[in-house]
Design a protein around this ligand. Structure first.
Ligand code: MN
Length: 444
């Protein structure tokens, strides 16, 4: 789904699954895109407890988010906590239930639109930066768990924590006490940034680099959420898994404002631009720092704490222009590489004239990146089974050449079977291959 939330345009999708081991799904998620609010909750507690806790939390969070501010979000989480606590206190069967929650909201912060992220427990919010300068997944939330505490105090490495038998012990939960401390961070929405809210059923089963790779590969937020859930199940599916993805499609021209500001005197720099591209004041005299370092320093941008600007000496303007040009080139280079990569990262089975063939690329191409013919398949259009012609016309995509070949092979075998004259169908010369076909490709 897509919507203009104020002037920042976002796109989102989400899904949840029981997994392969548990009998019920105690995760819940909330998608209120028009209100600019998304959440994932992972419930716990015997019987129906976990279920009720995560659902109650999401419902009450959604209802209570009436002020689109940072405090409004934190208050809505506190309301959710109180509601779960009350339900739990009023029903002995639900006593002791609780839930984690992560919430992402587009809020107004002193006249500026920012994303606020609230967290209680060990569900997570990640960000995959759109300006892909070698930065991988950014975990924006701090886990409230036993192992995270041990990592913070240095007695456990992150690698040990990831496989620790007690990694499920949560140190802060919604609904077990009448009051709860809520962590909130804010971040400026930037075009191309991708946010992922998820329960531990995702990151306990799928390594972060794989999550990042899938986020780069699949553009539709719903599809990418489904793909991640699929991978969690492939990885074992030992827990419920929930994924919500929110993309910043348009950051209200923040990038443009930033470049305009950099091209002019600092006195005209807008407040939004300050957060994004102006380097910290301490860097002003260190003009020999490599550009890459400077680019990465943007990573920690927050909603406050923009640098001060002094009187614009000419030297300083020149320096800014140089940095700006370097940044621009880096971004453009990154974009070109990304589009090339995206355009060539898949294979598809399609028609080359009236001959079935395997191509590398996306059907129809991506901007200037056109699909390349890899190899012809020994199959003509009029031999292709009728029900598959449209599909091949559109181009049937596969993740690798091997998969594309396999698919083309199955198609050819099926075509042979269908097109073989009736009297040939039982001859011994062909039966061997046909029998093999039947076992590897059960689809008739
Ligand atoms: Mn879980």
């Amino acid at each position: 789904m897509t919507a203009m939330a104020g002037s920042t345009e976002l796109r989102w999708g989400g899904t949840s699954d029981t997994g392969r081991v548990r009998s019920n799904n105690e995760d819940s998620f909330l998608v209120q895109g028009e209100a600019g609010l998304w959440a994932v909750a992972d419930g716990m507690g015997g019987h129906r407890g976990g279920d009720v806790a995560s659902q109650t939390a999401c419902q009450v969070l959604g209802r209570s988010f009436t002020h689109r501010t940072v405090d409004g979000l934190a208050n809505a989480v506190r309301h959710a906590n109180a509601a779960v606590y009350e339900v739990s206190a009023g029903d002995p069967e639900l006593a002791g239930m609780g839930t984690t929650i992560v919430a992402l909201a587009l809020v107004d912060d002193q006249g500026e639109q920012v994303l606020a992220i609230a967290n209680v427990g060990d569900s997570r919010v990640y960000r995959l930066p759109g300006d892909d300068l070698g930065i991988d997944l950014d975990q924006l939330t701090e886990d409230h768990s036993l192992v995270a505490d041990l990592v913070r105090e240095g007695s456990l490495s992150p690698e040990e924590a990831a496989v620790h038998p007690q990694r499920n012990i949560v140190t802060r939960v919604l609904g077990v006490d009448p009051e709860v401390e809520v962590d909130v961070v804010t971040i400026l929405p930037q075009h191309g940034d991708r946010y992922v809210l998820c329960s531990d059923g995702l990151f306990n089963e799928v390594p972060e680099p794989t999550i990042a790779a899938v986020l780069r590969q699949v553009s539709d937020p719903n599809e990418v959420a489904q793909e991640l859930v699929y991978l969690a199940n492939e990885g074992g599916g030992r827990d419920n898994v929930t994924v919500v993805v929110v993309d910043v499609v348009d950051d209200a021209g923040r990038a443009e404002a930033a470049s305009a500001a950099l091209g002019t005197a600092p006195s005209t720099t807008s407040s939004t631009a300050r957060h994004d591209l102006a380097p910290p004041t301490s860097d002003v005299d260190g003009g020999d720092e490599p550009a890459g370092r400077r680019a990465r320093s943007r990573r920690g941008r927050g909603a406050e704490g923009g640098p001060r600007h002094g009187a614009g000496k000419p030297r300083r303007v020149t320096w800014r222009v140089v940095v700006f040009v370097i940044l621009l080139l880096a971004l453009a280079g990154g974009a070109v590489a990304t589009i090339q990569w995206y355009g060539r990262s898949v294979y598809f089975v399609g028609f080359e004239d009236d001959q079935v063939a395997i191509f590398r690329g996306r059907p129809g191409g991506v901007l200037w990146v056109q699909p390349e013919l890899v190899e012809n398949v020994d199959l003509e259009r009029d031999e292709v089974p009728d029900d598959r012609v449209d599909q091949i016309d559109d181009g049937q995509q596969h993740g690798s050449l091997a998969e594309a070949r396999e698919s083309a092979g199955r198609l050819r075998e099926r075509a042979e079977r269908l097109n073989a004259p009736a009297d040939e169908r039982d001859t011994t010369t062909t039966s061997t291959t046909r029998r093999t076909t039947t076992t590897t490709a059960p689809t008739p």
